[in-house]
Design a binder for this molecule. Structure first.
Ligand SMILES: NC(=O)c1ccc[n+]([C@@H]2O[C@H](COP(=O)([O-])OP(=O)(O)OC[C@H]3O[C@@H](n4cnc5c(N)ncnc54)[C@H](OP(=O)(O)O)[C@@H]3O)[C@@H](O)[C@H]2O)c1
Length: 321
């Protein structure tokens, strides 16, 4: 079978999850790994059975056989690395948060469009079958008009260097807040019309916890609690005027229960063949690349830029570093 060759840039934690996923995914392979340190690349290559190992990111970008580069470094480095890939004509899937700020997000997306080289934000929740079902249920009017969404997202990331350091674009918003904001955007399909927030910072100057309260033009609202200090329940409830929907684990839904005004009417679980959930963003990227598109329909450039802009404004208001 011909396999779609993915090159991984940065041999960190999520890179390992992705390499494992690609090994289990039909018609894909983790073909190359690049690290700043060749020993780390070799170790990663041995662990995940990867053929090509590079001790610099540039060597990966220059490998003519790589069909897609997946960037898995701290957000602070995404923009420069994405531009390096696009300038070399290499399609690129960039981990969230897409970049450290709005200006660089716009610059990268413009370069992708000018050169017609695929560039996507690896916002994996957008591609999950569970969320596609959820959006379909909402669009069919099963719970009526959505009035309010409420959710939490929290992990204990206090020991994670790239999350606590301002110079690596740390903070809860770029690392975690980006998920509820994407969820709200998927459901309301619009940016918020008005916003209320509160933020608690770490000593390093990055944002550690925040409360977000968004109101939308159509009368709907959304609330999120985000923290990098501890593990939260990470669930959501979407309230409509004819029922509501519970989502267990907004990061990778394990169960979605749909209620009418009285009782549960559907209980949805992930597809049995789902690997980790990360496979769907790679399938969508490959399909966009082979059909000559510079973006996917499920995570269009405009949404990445709008969400980066929103997060930039919030972070500026909070005066985080
Ligand atoms: N989609 C998801 O569910 C998910 C989950 C976790 C993380 N992420 C995203 O993926 C990215 C990486 O996160 P991670 O948790 O995997 O991080 P990590 O474990 O710290 O790994 C990041 C890698 O980036 C490389 N790197 C390059 N310059 C660096 C620098 N100056 N400082 C530190 N590392 C540097 C390093 O690889 P080499 O030394 O090998 O070059 C390092 O191993 C982040 O943008 C994060 O938001 C996404």
């Amino acid at each position: 079978m011909i396999e779609f060759k993915v090159g991984i840039l940065g041999a960190g934690k999520i890179a390992g999850v992705i390499a494992d996923t690609l090994n289990k995914l039909d018609a894909f392979c983790p073909y190359a790994i690049a690290s700043r340190d060749i020993d780390r690349a070799n170790e990663f290559g041995d662990t995940y059975n990867i053929e090509k190992r590079y001790g610099s990111y540039e060597e990966l970008v220059n490998d003519p056989d790589v069909e897609l580069i997946y960037i898995a470094t701290p957000h602070s480095h995404h923009a420069e690395q994405a531009k390096m890939c696009i300038n070399a004509g290499k399609p690129v899937l960039v981990e969230k948060a897409f970049t450290a700020d709005m200006e660089s997000a716009i610059e990268v997306m413009k370069l992708s469009e000018d050169k017609n080289v695929f560039c996507g934000e690896a916002m994996w929740i957008r591609f999950l079958p569970m969320y596609l079902r959820l959006i379909d249920i909402i669009e069919k009017g099963t719970i009526g008009k959505v009035n309010t969404i409420t959710c939490s997202l929290g992990y204990d990331l206090r020991k994670k260097e790239r999350v606590i350091k301002p110079e690596l674009a740390g903070g809860a918003m770029l690392d975690l807040g980006v998920y509820p904001i994407n969820l709200f955007t998927m459901i309301y399909n619009a940016p918020p019309a008005s916003i209320g927030t509160s933020c608690v910072k770490l000593d390093t100057g990055v944002d550690a916890q925040e409360i977000l309260q968004f109101n939308y033009k159509n009368g709907g609202s959304a609330h999120a609690f985000v923290t990098m200090m501890f593990k939260a329940d990470n669930n959501a409830v979407i309230y409509g005027d004819k029922g509501y929907i519970e989502v267990k684990n907004i990061n990778n839904p394990e169960e979605i229960i749909v209620y009418d005004r009285e009782k549960a009417i559907a209980d949805i679980k992930p597809p049995e063949k789902q690997i980790s959930g990360y496979e769907y963003e790679f399938i969508a990227a490959r399909d966009a690349i082979i059909t000559g598109k510079f973006e996917t329909a499920l995570m269009p450039h405009k949404d990445t830029i709008n969400i980066m802009t929103l997060m930039d404004n919030l972070r500026r208001n909070w005066k985080v570093k």
